[in-house]
Design a protein around this ligand. Structure first.
Ligand code: SF4
Ligand code: SF4
Length: 206
């Protein structure tokens, strides 16, 4: 585990995290809601932006345990929700010419928290600095030049605040997906992508 008092970061705007073919930009239900509202998307437009990435293997209990975002039941199988990518594998919101995110203020929670990840379990609050397990993500270690030794130290209180916000959003998302999956299992709801997004259109943000 990285020492949380010695985490360094400054974004060099290299774009690696937005253009990596092998990185799936996960979204929570609240990310979807914020983007839909912020960009004033209708259902048809939302279906072009949010992808339902269906797992091509049967998931084991250990796979489920590792997931911070649970998969949603769909008519094609269990799926991860993420932003669509273009044909080169880049995030659909990355402007390659200007080297910037086109929805910066609305970007998903995982984009906001990158290059950091937080390890307290989802059912626990971070009650103290000591209980915050904050470290770099594996992807950041792989390709983020912003975390090298010359970058400035990141304020630890800022990280704790970010961790709390992220974990709260992940908990809310967990409840949303759990409810969706239960309704699908009980045949109370049609498991289509369209219907999933329709349900999100009906959430009101606190
Ligand atoms: S990989 Fe790191 S330095 Fe590059 S754009 Fe992403 S956060 Fe910034
Ligand atoms: S939403 Fe923005 S910050 Fe996130 S991966 Fe796409 S371009 Fe990058």
């Amino acid at each position: 585990m990285d020492n949380p008092n010695e985490l360094r970061f400054v974004c060099t705007r290299c774009g690696n995290c937005c253009t990596d073919r092998n990185t799936l930009v996960n979204v929570t239900s609240l990310d979807i809601l914020r983007i839909i509202k912020g960009l004033k998307l209708d259902l048809t437009e939302a279906l072009e932006i949010f992808g339902f990435y269906v797992f091509d293997k049967t998931l084991t209990t250990s796979d489920f345990k590792k997931m911070v975002i649970p998969p949603a039941k769909t008519e094609r199988g269990l799926a991860f929700l993420g932003l669509m990518k273009n044909s080169q594998g880049k995030c659909c919101f990355y402007d390659l010419t200007k080297k910037k995110c086109l929805i910066y203020e609305l970007r998903p929670i995982f984009c906001k928290s990158f290059p950091f990840t937080f390890y307290p379990s989802l059912d626990k609050e971070i009650s103290s600095k000591e209980s915050a397990a904050i470290c770099y993500t594996e992807k950041a270690k792989e390709y983020c030049p912003g975390i090298d030794g010359d970058s400035p130290l990141v304020d630890f209180n800022y990280l704790v605040d970010l961790a709390q916000k992220t974990l709260k959003e992940l908990r809310d998302n967990h409840s949303f997906i759990e409810h969706w999956n239960k309704e699908v299992s009980n045949n109370q709801i049609s498991p289509s992508a369209k219907n999933f997004l329709k349900n999100i259109f009906n959430i009101s943000e606190d």
